[in-house]
Design a protein. Structure first.
Length: 127
């Protein structure tokens, strides 16, 4: 029964994803067709339309490059911050480890003599 429910949930999730991509593709296709139709039916001569298309394409490429550059810069910045934070946490971890080792050594110095003393007392108590 539980497996059936899991299968139904998975099917619904996959179906939702399929609808999302279908809607997204349809939307983008409609925008593209509308853009092309608007350009083609504009009251301009072909030479001007081709120039407009070229200019818009160059502008789009330029903005895309800027966007990629910004994304790369932000990613590098994030990696740098993450790296420094990791080093900070790593340093704190080493400090904690060293303090823990020191405490363990201090406890050994207290526990081992008491353990030996107890062992000697037990041996002395035996006839």
């Amino acid at each position: 029964m539980n497996k059936e429910n899991d299968n139904k949930v998975m099917a619904q999730k996959e179906e939702g994803t399929s609808y999302f991509f279908a809607i997204l593709i349809t939307l983008l296709s409609g925008l593209f067709v509308g853009f092309i139709a608007g350009i083609l039916f504009a009251p301009k001569p072909g030479k001007e339309i081709r120039k407009d298309i070229k200019d818009k394409s160059e502008e789009f490429v330029k903005k895309s490059k800027e966007g990629v550059t910004d994304t790369i810069d932000k990613t590098k910045e994030f990696v740098g911050k993450s790296r420094s934070k990791f080093e900070e946490v790593k340093g704190k971890g080493k400090d904690i480890l060293e303090k823990s080792k020191e405490k363990v050594e201090a406890l050994k110095e207290v526990i081992i003599p008491k353990k030996e003393e107890k062992k000697e007392n037990e041996e002395n108590a035996k006839p």
